[in-house]
Each structure stands twice: as C-alpha cells, then as structure tokens.
Design a protein around this ligand. Structure first.
Ligand code: FES
Ligand code: FE2
Length: 352
C-alpha cells in the first residue's frame, strides 16, 4: 500500500535528457507491478506505462535502446503524439477515438526529467531548495556511459537505508569505496530529501582526482564525494562531479526484493576533447561502482526484515541520522499520506 502511494504520489527523477538524444531512444524501468517507459517521440519525451491501449501487450521488451513505439501484436503505434491504428475502419470509431497511451505527468529540473503518475505536490515543492542545485548538476552531465539493472535480495527500504549509511563503508567496501578514505559526512536536509558531502582523505587519490580536473568542463564542482538522496527511491552520487551515478531502489512486487538500477552519467568534457577521450576513466568508475553495488547487495540480503520497523529510531547512532530522517519521512507518509507538505517534516534531528 505504502509502496504504491510513494510511487504514485511523488516525483521521480527518471533520466537525463542526453540519454534519449535521438528520436526513438527509450528506456524502461520496473516499479512494483508496472513498467515505466521514457521514449523520445520525435524529440519529445513521453513517459507511459508500457501497456498497449489495444489489448494490453507490452510495447517495449528491451530495457533500453532505439525503436518506435509500436506494438508487436497488431501493429498499433504512437507517433507525433498520436495513436496510429492499422485497419482503423474495422474498429468502432467512437471507442478508439478515446484511446491513447496511459501517460505519466512530467516536469523538468534543468535537463533531468521527473515523472509521476499522480503527484501530490509540484516538483518545485518536492525538491525545495535542492531544485537549483540539481538543475545545475544536470547542465554538467552529458550522456550515459553504463547501465546496470539487477534485483536486490531485500526490501527496497533496506537498500535505501544502506545507501544512506556511511558507517558500513570501511567494513563492506574495504577495497573499493573505502580507498577514498571518506571523512564523516556533512549532512543537510531539504524537504524529505537529504544531501551528504564527504571529503576525500586519501592524499594520493585526492591528488589524482584533482589533476583530472583539467579534462572536464565547468569549474563549480564539489571536490569531494557527494550523495544526494531524492525521496523516495532515488540516489545521485558523484566523486568530484566527473560522473554521476543515478540509482533507483524501486520496490518490487515480489516481497523482499528491490528493482535496482544504476546508470553512470558522464560529466561534460572540456571543449576540444574527443567524446571518447575519457572512456577508460568512465569504464573504471563504472567497474568500481558495480563492485560497490554487489558488496551492498551481499550485505543487504543478510538483513532480517522481520525486525525492520520505521518507528524504531533508538538504536541509530549520530552517524545514521540520514536513516533516522528517512524513517521519519516514512512515518509522516504512513500517518498523513502523501498530501503532507514536504516542508512539514520534523527538523528536530540531532545536530552532528
Ligand atoms: S495489443 Fe497492441 S496492437 Fe493489439
Ligand atoms: Fe555501501
């Protein structure tokens, strides 16, 4: 119940415009019992449920690629904002005239596309002061380098809490993320969302990262590791802003599973560099990320979900305050529904 409400009444960052640059580009994600597709209809992005309005066949089978919005069953297609029906005179015109794709509402934050089936708030309200920061980040991203999708063997809330938890890094990510030797985070909270900024304390890594700076466009990047949590299902993480890992922890319709997606979005390169100049760099970032996600999945699947309780805040340390904030957000939604204004979340968290 709660999972469907979170899906249906909140905005979700689904993609960056540059991922669907060509007409016909599409990507498909799955949340609970439904698919959600973003497709470029002659350059206009449409977001819909992947269900053919004729008799319900799935329109896209692949997770991403390029291809028309055409049903393989009887050839109905959607193009330039309209449904095209082969042998249309054989149908009852008054019935088919009313049919179309079941689309979601969309809105933009810079070049990031957000969608929601039935949003309780405007995107502005949901993102609050994060809006401008996200819009600025979206301008520093160009294209997708890697796509990963797999099932986490745990409830999505366990996976999100793990992503909000930096306490486990030295234990679970000994030879991957922990090589950066991240500082304690500086956390900030906006509406239901949270942002964590970490310094990179490994001198060698820091030096290497700084020297890479000249290869990228823009100069306003945060020189550290940053993790932005967008309530309810999305994380955006980055080291130095050279690439952004866009992660979704969607609920699954199978209990104690989560549909996990991670895409590596490329930072924009300095002008004059060939577009493939940093492919090795992005390859190795994607590889480290994959290792980190596998390590996370391997610990998340060990969690005993029967003990999980969003009201249980007592055993959380100061270092787990983003988890406390997440649970308080869920408590608010459970008690008052999604119509609660995002600003009304209690701000009474322990100060670090
Ligand atoms: S179900 Fe799609 S065209 Fe018939
Ligand atoms: Fe982790």
């Amino acid at each position: 119940m709660m999972d469907a409400l979170l899906r249906d009444r909140y905005w979700h960052l689904l993609c960056h415009a540059s991922e669907l640059a060509k007409p016909g580009d599409f990507l498909k994600l799955r949340w609970l019992d439904k698919d959600v597709v973003v497709a470029s209809d002659q350059g206009n992005l449409v977001v819909f449920d992947n269900v053919c309005p004729h008799r319900g066949a799935k329109l896209y089978a692949a997770e991403h690629g390029n291809g028309p919005i055409t049903c393989r069953y009887h050839g109905w297609s959607y193009n330039a904002g309209e449904l095209h029906i082969p042998c249309r005179p054989k149908f009852r015109e008054d019935e088919v005239a009313l049919l179309s794709l079941t689309t979601l509402k969309i809105d933009w934050c810079g070049d990031f596309l957000f969608a929601s089936p039935d949003p309780a708030h405007t995107l502005d309200e949901q993102l609050g002061d994060l809006f401008d920061q996200l819009a600025a980040i979206s301008m520093e991203v160009h294209g997708r380098h890697a796509w990963n999708a797999y099932t986490y063997d745990c409830d999505w809330k366990i996976a999100v809490e793990n992503a909000l938890d930096s306490l486990h890094t030295p234990f679970v990510h000994k030879d991957s993320l922990n090589r950066l030797r991240l500082s304690d985070p500086v956390n900030s909270y906006v509406g239901m969302n949270s942002v964590a900024r970490f310094e990179i304390c490994d001198a060698q890594m820091l030096k290497q990262l700084k020297s890479t700076s000249r290869l990228f466009a823009g100069s306003e990047r945060f020189e550290g590791y940053m993790s932005i949590y967008l309530f309810p299902f999305t994380m955006l993480t980055s080291t130095f802003g050279y690439s952004y890992s866009l992660q979704h922890f969607f609920p699954s319709d199978v209990p104690q599973k989560a549909n996990f997606y991670s895409r590596l979005l490329r930072g924009s390169l300095r002008q004059g560099l060939p577009s493939n100049a940093l492919d090795h760099f992005f390859d190795s970032t994607a590889k480290v990320n994959e290792t980190v996600f596998e390590e996370d999945n391997s610990i998340c699947r060990e969690m005993d979900f029967s003990r999980y309780d969003i009201n249980d805040l007592g055993r959380l340390s100061v270092d787990e305050e983003k988890i406390e904030y997440f649970r308080r957000g869920l408590q608010t939604v459970a008690a008052k529904g999604a119509a609660t204004t995002p600003q009304s979340l209690p701000a009474s968290l322990r100060q670090p």
